[in-house]
Design a protein around this ligand. Structure first.
Ligand code: ZN
Ligand code: ZN
Length: 392
């Protein structure tokens, strides 16, 4: 039985770009170690998992698919809550929060409250609110983001968002999508009014040009306990990631999240700390999930040159892993994020598996991977492939 390192380069898949001589950022990047693994391993393409109602795969859906939990998706809120270490109990509702700005007419003027960085004062002012027996717990996340958890009886996550998605509009009323969610929608609307009154009166906000006086909520999900990765696959698993969402997903499926300093979920993350963490984790765990977000961040900004450079940077750190005995290294992506599109697409992503067998492919790239022995397969089948390669 080999140990497994699964590396997800978020949004790695891309399309040929003229300015890169008609190559993708991955093709244009100098990646001797990834290419070595492709040459001495086997390649293929994964069709990322996406839910029926999604236009393109999301990071959360695609990850849940890759880990084999697509039938147990809880909505994004609970993963975000787990990612910032909020305790969750059966039946709790969790939502993603943006601090936003509304004016005296209650029109949204800034959906991110001027990208406010420090929200501690706001969070403190909102602590301890209880409405009709429902407790509201809010905790800060990165920047203008936070997570809200509702605890009480008869709650449901079948509700709409209050975020109209653009500025110059009124926030929407939260509505129930199911009669069983009427109560949840009602207490949330009350909470939003109350939160506005509190935030708008804060001294802290009176000193700000762009007061963070409103909460935009989305991604409602209800927590329930699901069987762990260990129970499902018999593997002791650990996660190394900078982004709260990925740590949350890992935690919710029973992986241990390893705390490592200076990880940012961006290109300025400390890759050395990350890969040293991987080597340590491999001593104690059967399966290590390493998440790297910088690739997706560059794509969303259309910075394909930076994406190429970041891939080259990441490549260097694989070198020390190549000689670890009885280790299966799997490198792939959750979905494609074509840099010229600046958003996710449903295109397949390349995968390489190094450490058990080889095929004719000699470079790690979107184009070459399709000739690999693994062929094209669905994201939900990845764990079966990994398990069979780690056992042989
Ligand atoms: Zn992603
Ligand atoms: Zn993305």
């Amino acid at each position: 039985m080999k140990k497994v390192l699964l590396v997800i380069l978020d949004g790695l898949g891309d399309k040929a770009i003229n300015a890169l001589n008609n190559r993708t950022p991955l093709e244009a990047a100098f990646t001797p170690n990834l290419d070595y693994m492709a040459e001495n391993g086997i390649s293929g393409l994964i069709q990322p998992f996406q839910f029926m109602d999604e236009k393109h795969p999301t990071s959360e859906g695609a990850h849940i698919g890759l880990f084999g939990y697509k039938d147990y998706f809880l909505g994004r809120g609970p993963y975000e809550a787990a990612g910032v270490n909020m305790p969750l109990y059966e039946g709790d509702i969790a939502l993603r929060v943006n601090f936003a700005t509304i004016n005296d007419q209650r029109l949204i003027t800034d959906r991110r409250a001027g990208r406010i960085k420090d929200t501690d004062e706001l969070i403190k002012a909102l602590s301890g609110i209880e409405i009709k027996g429902v407790k509201f717990d809010i905790k800060r996340s990165n920047g203008h983001r936070a997570v809200l958890v509702l605890r009480g009886n008869n709650l449901s996550s079948e509700i709409t968002s209050n975020d109209p998605g653009s500025e110059g509009e009124f926030p929407l009323k939260i509505k129930s999508k199911d009669p069983l969610a009427d109560f949840t929608a009602e207490v949330l609307n009350e909470y939003l009014d109350k939160a506005y009154d509190i935030l708008n009166d804060l001294e802290f906000n009176k000193n700000r040009q762009v007061p963070a006086n409103y909460l935009l909520l989305r991604g409602a999900g209800q927590f329930k306990k699901i069987f762990s990765f260990k129970e499902k696959y018999g593997l002791m698993a650990a996660c190394i990631a900078g982004g709260g969402l990925y740590k949350g997903i890992a935690k919710m499926i029973g992986m241990d999240v390893i705390d490592i300093p200076l990880l940012t979920a961006d290109t300025d993350t400390n890759l050395l700390n990350k890969f040293e963490g991987v080597e340590r984790a491999l001593q104690n765990y059967d399966f290590v999930f390493l998440h790297i977000k910088g690739t997706d961040v560059c794509s969303h900004d259309g910075r394909y040159e930076d994406k190429k450079k970041f891939i080259e940077e990441v490549d260097k750190y694989f070198k020390t892993l190549l000689n670890i005995k009885d280790l299966l290294i799997v490198v792939t992506a959750d979905h494609s994020t074509p840099s010229e599109l600046k958003e996710h697409s449903s295109d397949p992503v390349p995968i390489l598996i190094y450490g058990n067998g080889k095929d004719e492919v000699s470079h790690f790239s979107e184009r070459e991977a399709k000739d690999g022995k693994l062929g094209l397969f669905e994201g939900k089948d990845l764990m079966d492939k990994i398990l069979s390669f780690s056992k042989e």
